[in-house]
Design a protein around this ligand. Structure first.
Ligand code: ATP
Length: 245
């Protein structure tokens, strides 16, 4: 089943196009690594994919529905860029942030036992149950990323969208974080990840999409490494390898 279907999408800020002619699909269970130079439109494309932005032309479907429809948004766990800084000063505890994952399903009244159980299970799954009562602002970058993964798990998200989640995280925590993402993917979670480290992403992802405004490549990591899509996207753009899907 296609989780995300991007078809002929264009998007411009004012008059400046940053995503052009992009078509790609993310299948259930995929681990898509989205790569490309700085400013190549990766964040914008990710936001289009999960319905945070609407394309100027073309279409994006998420779980078979128009991506901007509110129902589909609940099924996406989004870990934005620089979550470390933006959430850092907030005087909320880890448990409170993870509990926010339950808000969309709580129409009236209190949290149920089921909500509490889901929060506890999510904290355990990402191995931060011992941090539950700590303030998010006091955590390391790596721990904080886990809090946002736990929030997505508590929300029972079917798709995790992460924008350079390990910027500023030390090498050891980074490895552990990617191990966790790999495990979640093995358990069936669909993942779309923006990552600037090509080595990390080609060793972890099942699919690579290489963007520089247009899509230069979409296919498996082995083929990506073998082709010159990378230098084309990062270089003069002369030898474009179009997506293979
Ligand atoms: N809200 C905005 N308004 C105007 N221009 C924007 C906005 N957000 C991004 N841009 C510009 O659009 C282009 C694509 O940005 P985007 O963040 O999608 O790329 P990116 O590949 O994620 O970049 P990076 O790797 O630096 O995060 C960049 O030139 C950026 O400066």
């Amino acid at each position: 089943m296609a989780v995300v279907e991007v078809e002929d999408v264009m998007f411009a800020y004012s008059d400046r196009p940053v995503v052009e002619d992009v078509s790609l699909e993310v299948e259930q269970g995929d681990f898509l690594g989205l790569v490309g130079p700085n400013g190549s439109g990766k964040t914008t494309l990710l936001e289009l994919m999960i319905g945070l932005r609407r394309p100027d032309s073309g279409s994006v479907r998420l779980f078979g529905q128009p991506a901007h429809a509110s129902e589909t948004g609940k099924r996406v766990g989004f870990v934005p860029q620089d979550v470390a800084e933006t959430e850092g000063e907030m005087p909320v505890t880890v448990r409170e942030v993870v509990r926010m994952g339950r808000y969309p399903r709580r129409l009236f009244g209190r949290f149920t036992d089921e909500d509490r159980a889901a929060v506890d299970a999510a904290l355990r799954r990402v191995e931060i149950e011992d941090l539950a009562e700590r303030r998010v602002g006091r955590l390391s970058g790596g721990q904080r990323q886990r809090v946002f993964i736990a929030r997505a798990l508590a929300a029972e998200a079917d798709l995790l969208a992460l924008d350079e989640p390990t910027v500023g995280v030390d090498a050891e925590s980074r490895e552990a974080f990617y191990d966790l993402l790999g495990e979640l993917n093995d358990e069936g979670m669909t993942i779309v990840l923006i990552e600037h480290d090509i080595g990390v992403v080609t060793s972890r992802a099942s699919e690579i999409a290489c963007l520089n405004r247009e899509l230069y490549f979409h296919g498996d990591p082995e083929t990506f490494v073998e082709t010159d899509a990378l230098s084309a996207a990062y270089g003069d753009g002369q030898s474009i390898v179009h997506h293979e899907h």
